[in-house]
Structure formats: structure tokens, C-alpha cells
Design a protein around this ligand. Structure first.
Ligand SMILES: *Cc1c(COP(=O)(O)O)cnc(C)c1O
Length: 468
């Protein structure tokens, strides 16, 4: 098949898929075994025409897709993809630029510079902060914490890049209990280990208590990283940035913010007060692929201490021009953990331009509005208890069993909703209870998605209640 007809057909396929989403059953229809059967087989010895390969791929893969871009997908914290971002991402693949260094693709490098500046402005972060576009919030944590690790060790005369960690003094990490697992993994990857985490008490919603944080600094000084949350995964709660940053900085601690989705609240004037003082931190990690609705593989990190950031990541390559203030060239490898890498700035750039600040702000506010209204509507059904009304875009409910076994019943209802297919939610353990999480982060989701969602839940719930 000729490339032009292959790509034209592919473009049509993509558009039809996106158009089909609102009416699709969201859950996959095939099991792992069925997918292995239809897709697997012996390693192909002979060539197959690309058109046939792609036809086959579409046909056989589709039944195993979880249609997370559906406007009624409310599971985990997963966004969709904006049209401009899809198109830019397709071109990114076509252009196949290595966005490791400026010389490899001046456009990819410059686009990232622009994205970094725009994102800092959107989030109200310090103008002079450094940044990197990484694969997701997980690697944003690794990058931000590597800068923290560099600086804390440098202050006590330990060159971490040269000497490594084997006999280094211990760093301590203070965090509330609800930190994300990717934060712990970042500590493991960086060799700091999870034993270095000391839990700071928080209130019922998960907000760190400033007095408890202050108490951690009594006694002899220890190099410390404080991790704060912008948007708890379950309740959307924000830590008290202003107070916590002041306490941490009094004691020379580094403050890292997990703002995977919550940092985006900064963009909505109605919600920005929740993260007041967030600009006072030292590093910030967030995602593009969640609330900005760009394709997967997109996270952002910002670091106030540019030198620490650069020193922890930089590498020398004799075959490309080195970055430097003198020639204005920005090599991405000086700021992120990868070398050869995808030009992930293009879809971010397209997403920001296509919506503008006002459009992003509306999208964030709309998701919050839908989350709140959807939680209220589900909560008004019989046998439903609202566990957490959204602060931003995350709500929690549970389903009450006639027998009192609410955990098992909640799981049964969630399974029923997922099987019914017109909406999708996931379950989570929260404060000793099994609950259903409601997460809204898709640009396509509107208040109109609420009635069909609630009708589906009502039907499943009634049936489950009567048959329990
Ligand atoms: C999703 C998420 C992460 C991890 O982000 P990835 O993009 O999956 O690496 C970290 N923290 C929070 C609060 C999250 O919601």
C-alpha cells in the first residue's frame, strides 16, 4: 500500500474512532486470552503489506481497548486528547525528531522552551525557574528530586554526582500519608529509599498539619525534602503551601510539590486560591496527559534552583553544541533524564495554543463543575453515601448494601456499571472503606453526560440491591 493512502485511511479511522466514543461501550469486550489468540502466533517470517497489517491491527486491537477518551470515562485520573494535540502528535511521529539536543531539531528545542515559559506563566511559577518536559509525573518527581538531592548534598560538602550514595549521609523526606506511589518509587530510583520517609500528620481530608510539620524540625538539623500535595488523589485536597514552605525554608529544607493534576487548579481563577503560596516551593511536578488532555507520555517539571537542576542532569556530548547563556541554545538533555527522546513539546504547544489560557481555564472549571454535580446526582440516588464532595475534580461515593456489607456491595455495583458500559468508574480503599472514585478530566465531558451516567448507575444499583 502506498504511504499516502495508508495515512489517509488512518486519518479517517482515527476520526471515526473519536466520533464513535460517546456511543461506545467503554469497557473492553475481549479477554486477555482472546486477544492473545487473535493477535499472537509465531514470529512472522515473511513481510506483510503495511495496509493489511494496519487493517488487522485495528480490527483485532479495538475489542481490547478501554475507551478512556470517552466523555463518560470517570476512572482513575485520565484525560482525553484535544484535537490539536492529536494532530500535532501524529505529525511528531511523522517528523520523527530526536528532541535530545538543539542541534538534532532546532524546532523541537525551541518549542519546548516556549512551552516551558507558557506553562510557568499558566501555573504562576517563578519566571526564572528551569523546567523539563518528561514522560509523566513519575519522571517529573525523579527529576525534581534529583535536583533536591544534588543541592542538599552539595550544602554538606558531598558531591553526589561523583561520590554517589553508598556512604553518603542520610536525607530525610517529610510527607503526609497520602503521597502517590510514584513519589515513593522516585525515592527508590534515586537511591534514597522509602525508609527515609517520615509521615507528617494530616487532617481527615489529607491536608498536612503545619504544627506537625514544625515539630519535625525540632532537634539537630538533617538535610530534608518536604513533599507537598496539590490535589490529593482521592479528595483533591491541597496542602497549606504558604505555611508549609515558610516552615521548611526556615530550616533549609527543599519543598517538592506533587501537582500531577492539582497544579492545573492554578489556571482557573475560581480555584487558584486552593493552591495559594504554591509558587514558594522549590520544585513542582505535573502531568500534561491528565488535565491538559495531550496524549500519553507527557509530564512537566519545574525547578526554582536552576543550577541544582542542571547540575543533577547535565551531560557533555562533544558532537553537539553545548548549551549556554552565551549562545542561547537550550539542550533538553541538560534538564531531563533522557538522551534520545520524543519531541513531546509539539502536542503540548498545540494544546495550549488551541485553547489559550481562557480555554484551559474553562476546561478546568468545567471538569470541577461536572465532578461536583455528578457526585451530588449520584449521591441523591437511594442507597448511596457521598464520602467526599469534590474540592476540584475528584469525588468519592459508596453504595450501601441491604445486608450491611457495604465494601463488597460497592465493588459489586462498580462491576455492574463497568459491565453495563455507558460510564466507567474505579474502586479505591479510602480510610478503611471501599469507595467509588469519580474523576473528571476530559475536555469532552459536559453537564450533559450526567443524566445518562446517573441513569446507568441507578439501573445497576436497583438491580444489585434487589438481588443482593
Ligand atoms: C497520576 C499521578 C502521578 C503519576 O503520574 P504519571 O504521569 O502516571 O507518572 C503522581 N501523583 C499523582 C497525584 C497522580 O495523580
Amino acid at each position: 500500500m502506498k504511504i499516502k493512502s495508508l495515512l489517509t485511511t488512518t486519518a479517517h479511522r482515527s476520526a471515526s474512532y473519536l466520533e464513535s466514543l460517546p456511543a461506545r461501550c467503554i469497557s473492553p469486550s475481549s479477554t486477555r486470552e482472546q486477544l492473545l489468540d487473535s493477535l499472537g502466533g509465531p514470529l512472522p517470517e515473511q513481510a506483510t503489506d503495511a495496509g493489511v497489517v494496519i487493517d488487522d491491527l485495528c480490527q483485532k486491537v479495538t475489542p481490547g481497548l478501554l475507551h478512556t477518551s470517552s466523555p463518560r470515562f470517570f476512572g482513575w485520573v485520565i484525560g482525553g486528547t484535544l484535537p490539536a494535540a492529536i494532530a500535532a502528535d501524529a505529525l511528531t511521529t511523522t517528523w520523527d525528531q530526536n528532541a535530545g539536543a538543539h542541534d538534532c531539531s532546532p524546532s523541537a528545542a525551541v518549542i519546548e522552551e516556549i512551552c516551558g515559559q507558557w506553562l510557568k506563566e499558566l501555573f504562576g511559577l517563578p519566571k526564572n525557574a528551569s523546567f523539563a518536559l518528561v514522560s509523566g509525573c513519575q519522571m517529573a518527581h525523579v527529576t525534581g528530586l534529583a535536583a533536591a538531592r544534588f543541592r542538599l548534598y552539595q550544602r554538606i560538602g558531598w558531591d553526589i554526582g561523583k561520590k554517589g550514595l553508598a556512604s553518603a549521609p542520610q536525607i530525610r523526606v517529610l510527607s503526609s500519608e497520602n503521597h502517590h506511589e510514584t513519589f515513593s518509587r522516585a525515592l527508590r530510583l534515586l537511591g534514597l529509599g522509602t525508609d527515609c520517609i517520615q509521615i507528617v500528620a494530616s487532617d481527615d481530608a489529607g491536608k498536612m498539619a503545619p504544627d506537625a510539620l514544625r515539630a519535625c524540625f525540632e532537634g539537630p538539623p538533617v538535610p530534608t525534602i518536604v513533599c507537598l500535595q496539590a490535589g490529593d488523589l482521592n479528595t483533591g485536597t491541597f496542602d497549606p503551601f504558604e505555611e508549609a514552605c515558610a516552615i521548611a525554608h526556615e530550616h533549609d529544607a527543599w519543598v517538592h510539590v506533587d501537582g500531577a493534576f492539582g497544579l492545573w487548579a492554578q489556571v482557573s481563577p475560581k480555584h487558584a486560591h486552593l493552591s495559594a503560596g504554591i509558587h514558594l516551593a522549590d520544585s513542582w511536578a505535573t502531568d500534561g496527559h491528565k488535565w491538559l488532555n495531550v496524549p500519553y507520555g507527557s509530564g512537566y517539571v519545574f525547578v526554582a534552583d536552576r543550577e541544582a537542576h542542571r547540575a543533577s542532569m547535565t551531560m557533555a556530548a562533544s558532537y553537539v553544541a553545548q548549551s549556554g547563556e552565551e549562545n542561547q541554545v537550550r539542550n533538553q538533555f541538560d534538564w531531563g533524564p533522557e538522551w534520545s527522546r520524543r519531541a513531546r513539546g509539539f502536542p503540548t504547544y498545540a494544546a495550549i495554543r488551541s485553547l489559550g489560557r481562557s480555554g484551559i481555564s474553562e476546561m478546568i472549571a468545567r471538569c470541577c463543575e461536572v465532578a461536583d454535580a455528578l457526585t451530588t446526582a449520584i449521591g441523591s440516588l437511594p442507597h448511596v453515601e457521598i464520602i467526599s464532595q469534590p474540592t476540584i475534580n475528584q469525588g468519592l461515593v459508596r453504595f450501601l448494601s441491604p445486608q450491611g456489607d457495604h465494601d463488597a456491595f460497592t465493588d459489586k455495583v462498580i462491576e455492574g456499571i463497568v459491565t453495563e458500559g455507558s460510564a466507567w468508574f474505579g474502586g479505591v480503599h479510602w480510610h478503611g472503606k471501599r469507595v467509588m472514585r469519580i474523576s473528571v478530566c476530559n475536555w469532552r465531558t459536559t453537564l450533559e453526560d450526567i443524566p445518562p451516567t446517573v441513569a446507568a448507575i441507578a439501573g445497576v444499583l436497583k438491580h444489585a440491591y434487589e438481588n443482593h
